[in-house]
Design a protein around this ligand. Structure first.
Ligand code: DOR
Ligand code: ZN
Length: 436
């Protein structure tokens, strides 16, 4: 059970605290260093502190225990794009990487721009997803915002303010109107902001010129200007320090912009082609210096097959898989003490939950009982052990720590390579009206 019952917080917590405890995580080291037990029942944390005996107990001594991550930017594909990914493989990849909630982007084929399309997407995910999921509404010149909100869209976007793989750009005039409508609903607008200049796009270096970081920062400023109605704006996958500085709204950064640069690939290889592009090593290092200003880390998991990525650079689709490697790459940074565990939890779990207005996972009574348990020994990422259907990773050989066990809604859903279907749920947005 993920959506909180609609009660006053005190009554809600009382109801949760009196739920029967079905799982205890013992000896959990909390982000502040305290060691305690976490009890859960009916999907939520019911008690923090010394536990009562319980049928199912997991000893977490020596493990890094993190709340399940909310990856607010994934492309799960399916439908006619089933060769790249589908809900089953994509959600397995998410769980094996410690992600218990994914937010699917609407640039599917066809795009999710009608209530019927949203309903079909939800039904497909309900049948096949192993993790919790939400679906965003696409935005174009013809979008009917209120019906999409009532159909259960969690947020609007990614709104393409520049074209990208399977995404057509909208104009400033359409964006301005979209902001007005989305603001009136109190919903969140998520934006893909870039500017494109028409020079030949033939390798990773020229791709970075076609879609430069300066152009991205300019597009961010244009978006700010369009937002006269003070809509809640979230900037997806910003790739440079200048763009982050320009953003007035929440800022998302991807692991690929933090861990990879143009130097990570042969320049003519489209494996490294992604929008916004990978930048120089210098700019990648600059990005880390903005860690404190980054609100959200999300993967922009965009699986394309190796065959597609081996096409001529200009024709190959942009994007790379990443939902399974996001937390492992960052958990390895925690173990090396390069980032704090509290900052990692904020950027990958509590802040995205707050922005999306879904119940957060974590260590307090009433939180969703979603946790991933990481050993403290790093390993190396290898594409052939991952679960995405696309079968490759841009992070081959990188140091990472994969969770051995994942709990979702108080149920164990992943244990050392084995999945168990728990109780995955659809998370509709605040405007949802049940009609069917
Ligand atoms: O590289 C990208 N791939 N950027 C996007 O904005 C879309 C994504 C995709 O859907 O493949
Ligand atoms: Zn995008």
């Amino acid at each position: 059970m993920v959506q909180a019952p609609c009660l006053y917080p005190a009554i809600r917590n009382y109801v949760i605290m009196t739920a029967r405890t079905t799982l205890v995580l013992k000896n959990v080291t909390m982000p502040d260093g305290r060691v305690t037990d976490i009890s859960s029942g009916s999907g939520y944390v019911t008690h923090v502190g010394s536990s009562q005996p319980c049928d199912h107990t997991i000893d977490c001594t020596g493990l890094l225990v993190l709340p399940g991550a909310v990856d607010m930017h994934v492309h799960m594909r399916g439908g006619v794009q089933f060769e790249k990914e589908d809900w089953q493989t994509g959600s397995r990849s998410a769980l094996a990487g410690g992600v218990t909630v994914v937010v699917d982007q609407p640039n599917t084929i066809p795009p999710v721009t009608s209530p019927g399309g949203l309903f079909d997407r939800v039904e497909d995910a309900k049948k096949h997803s192993l993790c919790n999921f939400a679906i965003n509404s696409g935005v174009d010149a013809l979008t009917s915002f209120e019906p999409m909100w009532q159909a259960g869209a969690l947020a609007f976007g990614e709104i393409f303010f520049a074209p990208s793989s399977y995404g057509e750009a909208i104009s400033e005039a359409v964006l301005r109107q979209a902001f007005e409508r989305i603001a009136s609903l109190g919903a969140l607008a998520t934006i893909h902001a870039e500017k494109i200049i028409p020079v030949p796009d033939q390798d990773l270096v020229s791709h970075d010129q076609v879609r430069s970081s300066e152009g991205e920062a300019e597009a961010v400023r244009d978006v700010n200007q369009c937002n006269k109605s003070r809509c809640r704006v979230h900037f997806c996958h910003l790739s440079s320090s200048a763009s982050i500085e320009a953003a007035s709204g929440s800022v998302e950064v991807t692991p690929h912009h933090l861990f990879l640069s143009q130097d990570s690939f042969d320049p003519s290889s489209a494996l490294g082609k992604v929008n916004p592009p990978l930048r120089t090593e210098e700019k990648r290092r600059e990005l880390w210096k903005r860690w404190n200003r980054i609100d959200v880390i999300a993967s922009d998991h965009a699986p394309h097959t190796l065959d597609e990525k081996r096409a001529a650079f200009v024709d190959a689709p942009a994007g790379m898989p990443g939902v399974e490697t996001m937390m492992p790459l960052l958990a390895a940074k925690v173990l090396k003490r390069e980032i704090s565990v509290a900052s990692l939890i904020e950027k990958t779990s509590s802040t995205p939950a707050n922005l999306l207005r879904i119940q957060k996972a974590g260590f307090d009574i009433g939180n969703r009982a979603d946790f991933a348990l990481y050993p403290k020994e790093p390993a190396k990422i290898t594409g052939d052990t991952l679960h995405s259907k696309c079968g490759w990773t841009p992070f081959e050989g990188h140091r990472a720590v994969f969770p051995g066990r994942v709990i979702m809604g108080g149920e164990q859903v992943y244990f050392e390579g084995e999945f168990t279907k728990g109780s995955p749920e659809w998370l509709p947005g605040g405007g949802y009206r049940k009609t069917r």
